[in-house]
Structure formats: structure tokens, C-alpha cells
Write a protein that binds this ligand. Structure first.
Ligand code: XCC
Ligand code: SF4
Length: 638
């Protein structure tokens, strides 16, 4: 399925793609075109590969697989396996960060320290860990141990949901048995349930998918965010720049790509080491630039203000500038094609995780015990490679942005420094200055024009006085288009939203970080609910979510935990469920009765934005909130 025909809404990317095509350098867009029309059974979710009697394909003539599984069962089984893979990816990442905290307090990790004692202490208080009369390391060690326990716990329920979410929501989760026992417990159970001949009830399967996904948003991802803030510092609003133009012609360029902040933080530090800078100078470079792609970019942007080279579909384009001396990758969203692609240029692709090697790439295994030394070694490789550059073409375009928003600091902004609370946000919604809050998140996909859906959707939301929060590659898309600047409010926001942005000096689109930082959005919703006036469940809030250019299993996991948390979520291109009407109806309609949230698979981003606006109005009406103060460009039908 190709939904749109142009490659990118980002003129920098589009120009770069024209260049790569002219020189016969292949990218994902070309490979997508070469794949041609996809298998309809695969796309509809009705090809079953669970057992060795298959694969079975569902047709009118063969409405069931060999074992008798129907399309709903088949599609649901494969879908929740995808959920489990997404949850595993986020949670393994969270797990590694908690382990790094433990190693660092035990003196077993080089170069790390606790950067935010304030965050550590507030988490300890929240988790009921004693702080009185104890040293920071002792508290951190207990926290890391408790945090690690969340992954492999075998009884009870994970801690965050009951600690953070409104009571009525928690009670509903308990009633529906949606609280994970432990993060890994539910992943294992998903694999068991979906084995041949086990769970064949699509509703039962999906409910377990929701439970598994809860272990991501309210488990692994939440720990990744919170412990990441402890270890690397809690983000503060920061200015930076984005797009291929952040690469420098006369400096060593290192692009870090992937997800985990553990190594990239060290590489940023090593790039500022006087010893490294001197070496770079000796090789004729004026300095060292470290920029990011994908969520690694968001991690080092949020905490260090490092420039962002681009989002998912920029990974090959960055190398094609000829100016990337090292592309350093860890895990997730890394195209194996990078290695062959880099051979056309001088770029060295270096893999660093034992979990993610690519044949042909140089491998320098990351080990937290020698983290800083390894980071210096990698920076050294880039410096060595700098003189080997051939033709360099760096598009002369980059855009300013403001990022670094968190639950704590955003609302310090809204409430003023002397009164940091969510009251002003809630009041703005209650009085009708602001319609609600939308989270627009997720990836790029070659099935849709790069960034186009993010931009169209966000523009429509802003114009209708919806505050937009973003993470991941979606945030980078809007950053490239200039929407992450406070000035963007004047050009794009409706009058009510504009007044708020101008009064507090924030952009109309708030960048909350990487995809694990979607947990910040959940935490913010909990704060809104706690502040009062907007109902007693998360599903009462006039909020909605969307991943309009979704690409990977992590995005499915996120959509699942958002739905479980009561959100109306647009997901496009659709998950592989459309081959079963029953399953599609359950996910897009009936599930709302149970959890308060549901999915929509609308592909048109403006239409999807309007559905979200209609949803917010429905919630506003149920809460008996005042009508919107200002005339709105879009009026949903009642
Ligand atoms: Fe990957 Fe996180 Fe998707 Fe971007 S948004 S393509 S997951 S990097 Ni998370
Ligand atoms: Fe076919 Fe059933 Fe095996 Fe799936 S589990 S491949 S439907 S026989």
C-alpha cells in the first residue's frame, strides 16, 4: 500500500532524494517502490504463520486456517505478538538504564554519576523509599533494585499505575485485570497464548495485548524516562537546531542513531574533551559536532541541546551528504542498508550493542565499565576518518527549535515559577480558551510522504486551539517545519492557544522527548486529572493521541497502552487487522465500553485531526465545560 506519492514534505529531504536518485544511490524510498504491491493477506493480517502446518491464508473459499483458526483469531494473535515485541524493545531499553544506575552507584560504570538528585529524591518519596539520613548512593541503589524488580516480578502488579493514575482508572484496570504482574511476565504470556492451539478468543487475546502494553507505558518506558532523568539530568527547555544543515563542512561530524542515551551521552561528553578537540584540530577540523537521528537525537537534544540531524527517513540522507565521519548506532530503527549505503561514501558505520550487529559494519562493543574510554575511541575513529572525505554536499538549511519540556517544567511555565501547578492548564481548558491536548507521536514510514501527515494533522489541531505535545520522529518532523518555536503560535495557533503560548512564552507544540518519554505524557495526564475539574478518570479528559506515520512494533505497543489508558488513538497506516471485520470493530468501537479508549485507522491526517477534535468536544460536553471562547475553523457535527 502506498498512500501518497511524493517522498517527503521536508524540502531538504526531497532535494537530497533527487540528488541520491541522480547519482543512483538507493534509499528506502526506492526499495519501497521496488517491492511493488504488497501481499493482501499480509496487510490484512489474515496470513497465519504460527505453526508449521501453515502458512494459512484466509479467503472466501477458506474462511479458516487448517487448525480452524478464524481471521479474528489469526489477526489478533499476530497483532499482540507485535505488541509484545514493541514492549520488549522499550522495556529492554528501560532495563538497561536501570542497570546502568545500579552499576554507577556501585562504582562499576565509568563516567556516569547521578545528575539530578532532585529527581532521585522525588522518585524515592513517590516509591516509598526512605531518604532520611541516607546517602544518595544508598537511596539510588535501593531504587535501582526496586526498578529492576518491576521487569521480572512474578506476583502482584507493577507499581506506577496505582502510584500515578486516578483511582477510578486504576479500579477499572483492576476490574478488567489489565495491570501487569511484571513487564516480562506479560511478554512471556503473550508468546505462550499465541502459540499454536492456545488462546483462540480474539477479545481475550486483545485484552492480554493491552495488559502487556501497560507494562511498557507504565513500566519499562516510565522507568527509562525517570531513571534516565536521574542519571543524565532532568531536561530543561533548550534551544537547538534541526535538519541536515546542522552537519558541518569543516568539523568532524558524528551522527548517533538509535535509542539508548547511555552511550550517546558519553560520546557528547567525549566530543567536548580538550584532548579530542586537539586531535581533531591536528587533522584539520575546526571542531567536533555530534548530532542525532531518531530517538537518540531526542535524548541528547533534551538533555544536552545537541543538534538533530533528522528523523527515521533521514538516516540514509545524512550519510549521502558525504559529511558524516562516523555513524554510530545502538538499537532500534537502524536500517541494515546503512552499511552498504555507507560504502558509497567515506562514512564508517559502527555498531555498539551486542544485541544489534550488522554484517559488514565495524563493531565496537559498548561496555558501561569503560563507557568513557569507548566513547573516546569512537570519537577518535571519526577524527581519523575526517581527512578521507570525498565530495561533500550539506544542504544549507536548518531550523531553530525549542525542546526539553517535561511534566515538571512545562507546568512551571504555565503556572509561573512561584506557582508550579497544572491549574492554569486545566483552567484554560475549562474556560474554553483551550479545547484540549493532543499527543502526536511516532515514526516516519515510506508508505506515506515523510512528515506530511504529522504536519497536516498538527496544523489542523493548532488552528482549533488544541495544545500539541510530541515525541519521537513526529516531534522532529514538526521541528524541521519550525513549529517548535514560540513564534509559531502567531502563525499557526488558534486565538485561544495563541494567547496562552504568548503569555507564557512556549511554542504551541511541546517536544517531550523520545518515544519512551511518551510516559511523560501519561504522567502529565495524571497530573491534569489530579488537579481537578476534568472528571475522575483518564478517559474523561478532553485529550487524544495519534501516530499518523506509524512504522514499527513499538508504535503498536504505544497505541495499545494509550487505548488501555483511555485515549482515542489514530494509527495510520492501519495495523494488520483490516482482514477481520470482527477484530477491526472491536478495536475501533467496542473496546471503548471497556477501557474508555479506542483506535481509529483513518489515513487522512486532517480527517483524523477532526475526529480527535470531535472526540475532545464530546468529552467537553460530558464534563459540561464552557463552550470555546473563540470561533473555531472546524466545527464537528454534534
Ligand atoms: Fe523509530 Fe524512536 Fe519510530 Fe522514530 S519514532 S522511527 S520508533 S525512532 Ni519512536
Ligand atoms: Fe494455519 Fe492454524 Fe497453523 Fe496458523 S496455527 S498456520 S491457522 S494451522
Amino acid at each position: 500500500m502506498t498512500l501518497e506519492t511524493t517522498d517527503s514534505a521536508d524540502p531538504v529531504a526531497q532535494a537530497m532524494l533527487e540528488k541520491t536518485r541522480a547519482s543512483k544511490v538507493e534509499t528506502a524510498h526506492d526499495r519501497h517502490a521496488a517491492q511493488g504491491k504488497r501481499c493482501p493477506f499480509g496487510e490484512g493480517g489474515t496470513c497465519c504463520r504460527i505453526c508449521e502446518m501453515g502458512p494459512c491464508r484466509i479467503t472466501n473459499k477458506n474462511p479458516r486456517g487448517i487448525c480452524g483458526a478464524d481471521p479474528a483469531t489469526i489477526a489478533a494473535r499476530h497483532l499482540i505478538r507485535q505488541v509484545a515485541a514493541g514492549v520488549a524493545a522499550h522495556s529492554d531499553h528501560g532495563h538497561d538504564i536501570v542497570k546502568t544506575l545500579l552499576a554507577s552507584v556501585r562504582g562499576e560504570a565509568q563516567g556516569y554519576s547521578i545528575k539530578s538528585e532532585e529527581r532521585l529524591l522525588s522518585l524515592a518519596r513517590e516509591w516509598g523509599i526512605a531518604t532520611e539520613g541516607r546517602g544518595i548512593n544508598e537511596i539510588a541503589e535501593e531504587m535501582a533494585t526496586v526498578g529492576l524488580g518491576q521487569f521480572n516480578q512474578q506476583e502482584g502488579e507493577i507499581r506506577y499505575p496505582a502510584l500515578r493514575a486516578p483511582r477510578a482508572t486504576v479500579e477499572n484496570w483492576r476490574k478488567l485485570d489489565l495491570l501487569p504482574v511484571g513487564v516480562e511476565h506479560e511478554i512471556v504470556e503473550t508468546l505462550h497464548r499465541t502459540h499454536e492451539g492456545v488462546d483462540a478468543d480474539y477479545i481475550n487475546l486483545i485484552m492480554h495485548g493491552l495488559r502487556t502494553a501497560m507494562g511498557d507505558g507504565w513500566g519499562g518506558s516510565m522507568l527509562a524516562t525517570d531513571i534516565g532523568d536521574v542519571l543524565f539530568g532532568a531536561p530543561k527547555p533548550v534551544r537547538s537546531q534541526v535538519n541536515l544543515g546542522v552537519l558541518k563542512k569543516d568539523e568532524v561530524n558524528i551522527v548517533v542513531h538509535g535509542h539508548e542515551p547511555t552511550l550517546s551521552e558519553m560520546v557528547v561528553a567525549a566530543s567536548r574533551d580538550p584532548e579530542m578537540l586537539k586531535l581533531a584540530e591536528k587533522n584539520g577540523a575546526r571542531g567536533i559536532t555530534v548530532g542525532g537521528i531518531c530517538c537518540t537525537a531526542n535524548e541528547i537534544l533534551m538533555r544536552q541541546g545537541a543538534p538533530v540531524v533528522g528523523n527515521f527517513l533521514h538516516q540514509e540522507l545524512a550519510i549521502a551528504t558525504g559529511a558524516v565521519d562516523v555513524m554510530l548506532v545502538d538499537v532500534q530503527c537502524i536500517m541494515p542498508a546503512l552499511v552498504e549505503h555507507a560504502e558509497r561514501f567515506h562514512t564508517r558505520v559502527i555498531t555498539t550493542s551486542k544485541k544489534a550487529r550488522i554484517s559488514g559494519a565495524e563493531h565496537i562493543q559498548f561496555d558501561e565499565k569503560e563507557a568513557y574510554d569507548i566513547a573516546k575511541q569512537i570519537v577518535g575513529r571519526a577524527i581519523d576518518n575526517y581527512p578521507r572525505r570525498g565530495v561533500v554536499y550539506i544542504p544549507d538549511r536548518k531550523t531553530d527549535l525549542v525542546a526539553g519540556f517535561t511534566v515538571a517544567n512545562t507546568f512551571r511555565h504555565l503556572g509561573g515559577t512561584y506557582r508550579s501547578s497544572f491549574r492554569p492548564l486545566n483552567d484554560a481548558i475549562i474556560t474554553g480558551r483551550l479545547r484540549g491536548v493532543a499527543a502526536v507521536i511516532g515514526c516516519n514510514t515510506v508508505k506515506k510522504t515523510q512528515d506530511n501527515s504529522h504536519l497536516k494533522m498538527v496544523h489542523e489541531l493548532l488552528a482549533n486551539d488544541v495544545l500539541v505535545v510530541m515525541t519521537g520522529c513526529a516531534a522532529t518532523a514538526c521541528a524541521k517545519a519550525g513549529l517548535l518555536q514560540p513564534e509559531a503560535a502567531a502563525g499557526h495557533a488558534g486565538k485561544g492557544l495563541r494567547e496562552i503560548c504568548e503569555a507564557v512564552g512556549i511554542p504551541p507544540v511541546l517536544h517531550l522527548g523520545s518515544c519512551v518519554d511518551n510516559s511523560r505524557i501519561l504522567a502529565a495526564l495524571c497530573e491534569m486529572s489530579r488537579e481537578g475539574g476534568l472528571g475522575d478518570k483518564l478517559s474523561d479528559l478532553p485529550v487524544a493521541g495519534a501516530a499518523p506515520e506509524a512504522m514499527c512494533e513499538k508504535a503498536i505497543a504505544i497505541a495499545f497502552y494509550c487505548v488501555a489508558s483511555g485515549a482515542f488513538v489514530n494509527y495510520s497506516p492501519a495495523m494488520r487487522v483490516l482482514g477481520s471485520d470482527q477484530l477491526t470493530r472491536f478495536l475501533t468501537e467496542d473496546i471503548e465500553e471497556l477501557v474508555g479508549g479506542k483506535l481509529s485507522v483513518e489515513d487522512d491526517p486532517v480527517e483524523a485531526a477532526r475526529l480527535r477534535i470531535g472526540h475532545m468536544d464530546k468529552k467537553r460536553k460530558a464534563l459540561k465545560l464552557k463552550p470555546m471562547i473563540y470561533e473555531q475553523p472546524f466545527k464537528p457535527a454534534d
